[in-house]
Write a protein of this length. Structure first.
Length: 416
């Protein structure tokens, strides 16, 4: 979680007068994914607001054909069985495990893409997972992507998956490392969390708020799987997306004020709110009070600028008794489950915890959670709580040359 780890350093610069400006760009589509000014614990829910929905879909209103998830050719094979328990720092008690997945070798070891968010849905009887990734190092210009995974054992494409590039309408200038045509461009965001609600994907966008995508508007790129140095639609109508066969275009966004950084996002159990969480590292940001926010969502999928709630979870593992290191959030009733990393103590090879916080309590109830754990997703039909881990070999502080990357589900009843 390299990007999240620099949040505290940037805030400390601002406090000490060394100069840290709020990088809020005028174009939400090309937002620079640096955190906005830090929340110091003084922000109340009454100060948080949501701007009206901004429709950005005009750039795909003509000249494109759309596909849905069932029509996507899934070209990669995940590994099932119990192999996921073999990754570094996996410490879930055996009796709590229900399912898990390992990526193919290329994806669990790549250093230029890193997984972050997780969500899921069922369509036409097939269960899917969605995973968001951000590009880094030599591939940073490619922005972000999501992965569509079939997890239905009875399906003919069981445990196959496909990466889909996320795109947006603003065309960047002064490109030097690839050829950029018109119509659409990569979406350079951290992709820290995703949620699914009634056919739409909600992507947490660090300093902006929420970016929105329609899963029935997947576009097939005829040049995919072959061209690695071009993106966009050229003068002849040819579509490029580096070496990706499919793109998912942003269709809109909603800016949220006074609640950044938006490090993760998920729909609550009741399906009435989208919850976001703020990542701050406990060691560097001990004076900051991380919060989670609940935003009412209407039947059409629009976040509402009323009835917003906030919670500041406690966590006595940290010296200030606040829940630092929030990587994932799930809300049910008056309880919040948090995937937290970076605690000052280890548990069976991991400094992560799943923390359950009841509104108004003095502390969380904590459970073992794998090293490098990220976002949360609750699959209510099966009572599964899903999460994922992020690190490739030689990437985390502890995993050394070992693979840390997997997807897993636990029996949620053991954590209620």
């Amino acid at each position: 979680m390299i990007q999240k780890q620099i949040v505290g350093w940037m805030l400390m610069l601002a406090v000490t007068g060394m100069g840290c400006q709020d990088n809020q760009l005028t174009s939400a589509s090309m937002e620079e994914e640096l955190p906005a000014k830090g929340n110091t614990g003084r922000t109340a829910a009454s100060e948080v607001s949501i701007n009206p929905y901004v429709d950005t879909s005009a750039y795909i209103s003509s000249g494109f054909s759309f596909l849905n998830p069932a029509q996507v050719n899934k070209n990669r094979q995940a590994i099932g069985g119990n192999a996921y328990t073999e990754v570094y720092g996996f410490n879930i008690p055996e009796e709590n495990r229900v399912r898990g997945i390992r990526w193919n070798t290329d994806d669990e070891t790549t250093s230029i893409w890193r997984p972050q968010g997780i969500a899921g849905f069922t369509k036409d009887g097939v269960r899917y997972l969605l995973v968001s990734w951000y590009a880094k190092d030599d591939a940073e210009y490619k922005g972000s992507r999501i992965t569509l995974i079939d997890i239905s054992p009875s399906s003919s494409t069981y445990l196959t998956y496909r990466h889909i590039l996320l795109v947006q309408p603003d065309i960047p200038a002064n490109i030097t490392n690839y050829t950029q045509y018109g119509s659409y461009a990569p979406l350079k965001v951290h992709a820290g969390g995703i949620a699914y609600f009634k056919g739409k994907v909600y992507l947490s966008s660090t300093s902006l708020g929420v970016r929105i995508f329609d899963l029935d508007k997947i576009i097939e790129v005829s040049t995919g799987d072959a061209t690695n140095d071009k993106c966009g639609k050229d003068a002849n109508g040819n579509l490029f997306a580096f070496n990706y066969r499919y793109i998912l275009p942003q269709t809109g966004y909603q800016k949220i004020n006074n609640a950044s950084p938006f490090s993760t996002i998920q729909v609550n159990d009741e399906g009435t709110q989208l919850w976001t969480g703020q990542y701050y590292a406990g060691s560097a940001d001990a004076s900051i009070v991380p919060k989670v926010f609940g935003f009412p969502i209407d039947a059409g999928g629009t976040l509402q600028n009323s009835g917003i709630v906030s919670v500041a979870p406690k966590n006595s593992l940290f010296t200030d008794n606040h829940a630092h290191g929030i990587q994932g959030v799930f809300r049910k009733g008056n309880r919040t489950w948090l995937s937290c990393t970076g605690s000052p103590s280890n548990s069976y090879g991991s400094n992560a915890r799943l923390a359950r916080y009841t509104d108004g309590a003095d502390d969380t109830v904590r459970y073992r959670w794998p090293y490098g754990a990220e976002s949360l997703y609750y699959e209510s039909q099966y009572n599964y709580l899903w999460s994922l881990t992020e690190y490739e070999p030689n990437a985390g502080a502890q995993n050394g040359s070992q693979v840390n990357r997997c997807i897993f589900a636990v029996d949620f009843s053991k954590y209620e």
